[in-house]
Design a protein around this ligand. Structure first.
Ligand SMILES: [Zn+2]
Length: 124
């Protein structure tokens, strides 16, 4: 579903960064900083989604030894630390839902823990 419909916004009103597994790599961090510094974006939302295949693949790698192609493995390496506190004995759907939630929180912690974010907070 287009984010503009979710947030009842017009085209051009949202600065949307879409990335598998809502991970925060260097280019995403740069894009966020651009949105904050140059576009003065007032609100940041990290939005995961039900049935996230990227989180599911990270769970498969962490708990079941699945292996993935090299670039996908790089993506999953940004998600796997988020899964640290999960109970692998949970039923699969609960484990995935907990992983999706933990992954959103992990990305938010990385953003709000960055020196750039703390500096932005001081200016207000
Ligand atoms: Zn997903």
């Amino acid at each position: 579903m287009p984010p503009e419909l979710v947030f009842d916004a017009s085209f051009g009103e949202l600065f949307v960064i879409r990335v598998a597994g809502n991970v925060l790599g260097p280019t995403i961090a740069g894009t966020l900083q651009y949105a904050g510094v140059h576009l003065h974006t007032p609100l940041l939302i990290v939005l995961g989604h039900e049935g996230c295949g990227a989180v599911e693949a990270a769970i498969a790698e962490k708990f079941h030894g699945a292996r993935h192609r090299s670039r996908i493995a790089l993506l999953l390496a940004d998600i796997i630390p988020a899964l640290e506190a999960l109970d692998p004995e949970l039923p699969p759907t609960e484990l995935l839902n907990a992983g999706i939630d933990a992954n959103v929180r992990w990305t938010l912690r990385k953003i709000t823990g960055s020196p750039e974010w703390r500096e932005r907070g001081k200016r207000k």
